[in-house]
Design a protein around this ligand. Structure first.
Ligand SMILES: Nc1nc2c(c(=O)[nH]1)N(C=O)[C@@H](CNc1ccc(C(=O)N[C@@H](CCC(=O)O)C(=O)O)cc1)CN2
Ligand SMILES: Nc1ncnc2c1ncn2[C@@H]1O[C@H](COP(=O)(O)OP(=O)(O)OP(=O)(O)O)[C@@H](O)[C@H]1O
Length: 184
């Protein structure tokens, strides 16, 4: 059987082999799908991520959120912990841990009913998630419950079963270019 590490590497390779044009096209479709979903429409606060490598680029959706007057936050890592900090424009970022662009602001955002757009290398049909292996999102969600955890990935990153570990926090849904799957 394929190990967790092998699955992670296989999914990463698959994603990294996408062309920039494909990333832009699917990202735009993912943005459109999320924008139309009630979880986004109704959210007062949306937790985004700043795209890394060939992750789906949700920056246009953040612009939409700002134009709708929503509060938005992005992750910042400190040691083993991650928190979301408010950012209202892309001028408020600086390169941080793991070369990810992080907000420079100091306002920590935690709202249980915020929509949390969660990046991942893979998701399964039950909403289990596999990331880069740092465990940041798992530790974050373990300490801070969220009602609307929406995984974000390309359809080719969806697998039938990931064999999640005890500490793996399940998503409430997964957004892809082909549509949004709600799993709870
Ligand atoms: N966009 C984004 N932001 C995020 C995460 C994420 O997965 N994606 N994180 C989720 O935990 C946290 C940062 N943790 C990270 C932990 C490990 C690696 C990492 O191993 N990166 C790879 C290559 C990245 C690529 O090119 O795709 C590396 O450094 O080899 C990245 C981020 C918070 N912010
Ligand atoms: N709730 C938790 N409490 C303590 N440690 C945790 C918790 N969740 C995860 N970890 C630690 O994080 C490590 C990595 O977890 P895992 O392999 O699930 O990462 P991942 O979900 O792929 O990564 P990421 O969330 O950074 O994208 C685990 O081996 C574990 O030690």
């Amino acid at each position: 059987m394929e190990t967790r590490k092998q699955i992670r590497e296989r999914l990463k390779q698959k994603r990294d082999s996408l062309s920039q044009a494909q990333v832009q096209q699917w990202s735009a479709e993912i943005c459109k799908n999320i924008e139309a979903h009630p979880w986004f429409v109704q959210a007062e606060t949306v937790c985004f991520y700043y795209p890394l490598g060939k992750e789906a680029d949700l920056r246009p959706l953040a612009e939409t959120a700002w134009s709708m007057g929503k509060k938005t936050a992005f992750p910042r890592v400190a040691g083993r912990e991650m928190q979301f900090y408010q950012a209202d424009s892309f001028t408020e970022f600086a390169e941080g841990s793991f070369h990810v662009m992080e907000p420079v602001g100091t306002t920590v955002i935690y709202q249980e009913d915020a929509l949390v757009l969660t990046p991942g290398l893979g998701f399964d049909w039950q909403g289990a998630r596999i990331g880069y292996g740092g465990g940041y999102y798992d530790r974050y969600f373990a300490g801070r419950p969220h009602k609307y955890k929406l995984g974000v990935a390309y359809a080719m990153q969806l697998v039938e079963r990931l064999h999640p570990k005890e500490h793996d926090v399940r998503m409430d849904g997964v957004a892809a270019e082909t549509g949004i799957m709600i799993v709870r």
